[in-house]
Design a binder for this molecule. Structure first.
Ligand code: PLP
Length: 370
């Protein structure tokens, strides 16, 4: 394809760690003619998105909105707004994304206490408890669904420890959101961010975020300005939640149209049905992969249904195999990251990609190649 040619990409089946396949209704919404981002009709659309973000996060939080940038910007939004230079932050790390949170917290000037668990398992609440005997962090942060390892982290006990120590509880729900239960209010989560391209099945580039009243108070009591102008919630707030919508930046209008439709699809299906579908297709994939000789990396209790981390059988050239899946079958699966590069595959069954057809396509392609 040369630049003079009309854009013409292959029809891929997205079964990696994101983006996931997108419903035709979402693509159609994205092609809606533009309106201005301060048009009263667009303000209504922002209100719809906010209401649907609250329902899917299972929260009443007033400060629930969407950052105009991908999941990593949601992560950065939470950390730069809650941390000031000199604050302590306890960051749980059991994969790549926990490490990214620690990096950002350090760039905020925070004193970071790392609680690390081996990749492939969850963080043990006892580790957190022990660490809290030697520090009193302002923020305690953890990844709910570690996309680099396929681990689902139980949150409720760690949330209780955070609350008892007086820390704000910050959760990365980029991969878990809309694929497994995420109960912001019931689980005492003070700040949470996600992304649109995983189980929500909208195009990449936006990050739903929610802050509790306690987190908003922490923001209001800051002694220093947030070092990022773009992500400063004291400014973004009046754009998303103010009585008078003040110009802050130009919202990505088409991406918001798409997100609104993706949310409508989630709520039409119902959260419980959606979670059950993700579990069912994970079970189906598990049977197929185990019959082909693949072993799961993670113990059954902590496996993510939407991100299946499997070890590569001895003697297989995993990069060549993934390339054949892409070239010959149009199927994308993810390779390993960090210490798991070359050693595992990360097979995503997220949102619109979580169907029996996706599982059957991959299984029969693998049977044909192997
Ligand atoms: C994908 C992901 C991110 C980053 O999201 P981007 O949209 O790629 O910036 C952060 N945390 C987790 C757990 C993720 O899976």
């Amino acid at each position: 394809m040369a630049y003079q040619d009309e854009l013409n990409t292959s029809r891929r089946y997205l079964m990696g760690p994101g983006p996931s396949d997108v419903h035709p209704r979402v693509l159609k919404a994205m092609a809606t003619p533009l309106i201005g981002h301060l048009d009263p009709e667009f303000v209504d659309i922002m209100d719809d998105i906010k209401a649907m973000a609250q329902r899917t996060f299972q929260t009443q939080n007033h400060l629930t909105f969407v950052v105009s940038a991908p999941g990593s910007a949601g992560m950065e939004t939470c950390l730069v707004n809650l941390l000031e230079p000199g604050d302590e932050a306890l960051i749980c790390i059991h994969g790549l994304f926990g490490g990214r949170m620690a990096d950002i917290a350090e760039r905020c000037g925070a004193k970071v206490i790392r609680v690390e668990a081996p990749w492939g398992g969850p963080v043990d609440p006892q580790q957190v408890k022990a660490a809290l005997e030697h520090c009193s962090p302002k923020v305690l942060a953890i990844v709910h669904a570690e996309t680099s390892t396929g681990v689902l982290q139980p949150l409720e006990e760690i949330s209780r420890l955070a609350r008892e120590s007086g820390a704000l509880f910050l959760v990365d729900a980029v991969t878990s959101y809309c694929g497994v239960e995420v109960k912001v209010d019931e689980w005492g989560i003070d700040a949470i961010y996600s992304g649109t391209q995983k189980c929500l099945s909208a195009p990449p580039g936006l990050s739903p975020v929610s802050f509790s009243e306690r987190a908003v108070e922490a923001l209001e009591q800051r002694k220093t300005k947030v070092q990022s102008w773009f992500l400063d919630l004291s400014l973004v707030r009046s754009y998303w939640a103010g009585a008078r919508r003040a110009y802050h930046h130009t919202a990505p209008v088409s991406a918001m149209f798409a997100l609104r439709e993706a949310y409508r699809l989630v709520l039409e299906e119902g959260l419980e049905n959606r979670f059950a579908r993700h579990r069912r297709n994970h079970e189906l994939l598990k049977r197929e992969l185990e019959a082909l000789g693949f072993e799961f990396l993670v113990q059954p209790d902590y496996r993510l249904p939407m991100l299946n981390a499997v070890k590569i059988p001895e003697g297989l050239d995993e990069a060549a195999l993934r390339r054949r899946l892409l070239d010959e079958y149009n199927i994308e699966v993810g390779g390993g990251l960090g210490q798991f590069a070359g050693r595992i595959w990360r097979i995503g069954l997220m949102g619109e990609s979580s169907t029996p057809n996706h599982v059957n396509m991959l299984a029969s392609a693998l049977r044909a190649i192997l």
